[in-house]
Design a protein around this ligand. Structure first.
Ligand code: SF4
Length: 382
């Protein structure tokens, strides 16, 4: 069961409480390049991104935010490090949310308070992002002492079991992250500001999971899930699915970003796949396709990938199956809204469990897409 968090609003998107778990991403363009940034955000919107974050490293990036916001349709989040003046300008520009790590703001608490007061005045939300990287550095010496060796009374050295030492290390780091986050929250609350959510990111999946679990036991602020520097398409998707999956299955998490070293548009289908698999969102196409084997009679991999690519913009919940032969094909295809069961050089198209026609291999793609389109509302079928 999903853990009940308080609800905040970022523009017109609710986060926390009983709101759907929101999917977000971050642009890779230079924010000051308004045309490229807006074009990328439009591509993200098309595939289902519900909130978008942009990096604001310099004042040139901050001063164009109102122009970007004017041209997009989803809430805009400014990602700020170090310089509170950038956050103040971004808030003035009318952004919906600011993401900061109070641990790296130039004047620490004083800067955070300046930002909080400005955000409060304009009803702008804030993400407090605690990153294990910044805590790691502070704690390096303590780590070395704790993890490696202990001095026995007789003067000999006792070496820790490496696995146990790693677990202790993770717990220690997770606890430090949570303590920091709660401290930053208390600074905001002293100014009567509560419009915030929190992230506790680490590139080590188990550290992040531990930190989020601990935080969620002690606070009801909504949580933004993410595994930082998750990696390339394969590594990042697996790490994100695993880390976020463990948390989401425990009912933890109110919004998420899958971060990949890839085009941001590629993050969104991965995020929805995670949420669909856990039955937390049912937007878009659920694909069932067989891995193919020595019995295969059609190019199942080619057809499945092409079908998936062509249907990334579909929002209506629909299940599509592409199966390679007669062993499992008809069964799985029958269960889907639209299915293809391959046979020798031809395939049977199923619609809502019923075989509707047999088509030759060169028409598979068109036939599946046509059946899918017939089940979609008019604006999506185009
Ligand atoms: Fe192999 Fe047929 Fe199963 Fe596909 S559906 S994996 S081709 S047995």
């Amino acid at each position: 069961m999903r853990k009940k968090t308080r609800q905040i609003h970022v523009g017109n998107v609710a986060i926390g409480g009983d709101a759907p778990i929101a999917v977000q991403s971050m642009t890779t363009t230079y924010t000051r390049d308004v045309a490229s940034t807006v074009a990328q955000i439009h591509r993200l919107e098309e595939v289902g991104c519900e909130l978008v974050r942009v990096a604001v490293p310099e004042m040139e990036d901050a001063v164009v935010l109102s122009e970007i916001k004017r041209q997009i349709h989803i809430p805009l989040i400014a990602d700020i490090h170090y310089n509170p003046l950038l956050a103040l300008e971004a808030i003035k520009q009318g952004i919906d949310k600011v993401r900061i790590n109070p641990g790296n703001l130039l004047q620490g608490r004083k800067s955070l308070e300046q930002i909080v007061l400005a955000a409060k005045e304009r009803d702008v939300a804030m993400r407090i992002g605690v990153n294990s990287g910044s805590i790691d550095a502070i704690d390096k010496v303590a780590q070395m002492q704790r993890v490696q060796v202990r001095l026995r009374d007789d003067g000999t050295l006792e070496r820790s079991d490496p696995a146990e030492a790693r677990r202790k290390e993770r717990d220690h780091l997770a606890e430090r992250m949570v303590t920091k986050a709660l401290e930053y929250i208390s600074w905001c609350e002293e100014l009567d500001y509560h419009n915030l959510d929190v992230s506790l990111k680490s590139s080590t999946v188990l550290t992040a999971v531990e930190a989020y679990r601990r935080f969620s036991e002690r606070s009801d602020y909504p949580l933004h899930l993410g595994i930082t520097e998750a990696g390339t398409l394969v590594a990042g998707s697996v790490k994100s699915a695993l880390g976020m999956g463990l948390l989401l299955a425990d009912g933890i998490g109110d919004t998420l970003r899958v971060s990949l070293s890839a085009e941001p548009e590629e993050e969104i289908p991965v995020a929805y796949e995670i949420l669909r698999s856990l039955e937390l969102r049912n937007r878009g196409v659920t694909f069932v396709s067989c891995p193919s084997c020595g019995r295969v009679e059609i190019d199942v991999v080619g057809v499945a990938n092409e079908v998936e690519k062509r249907l990334t913009k579909v929002q209506t919940p629909i299940q599509v199956a592409v199966m390679g032969c007669v062993v499992n094909g008809p069964g799985e295809s029958r269960d889907a809204d639209v299915g293809l069961a391959g046979g020798k050089g031809k395939g049977v198209i199923f619609r809502k469990g019923e075989p509707v026609r047999t088509v030759p291999e060169d028409q598979f793609l068109d036939a599946v897409l046509k059946e899918v389109a017939s089940l979609l509302p008019e604006h999506e079928a185009r």
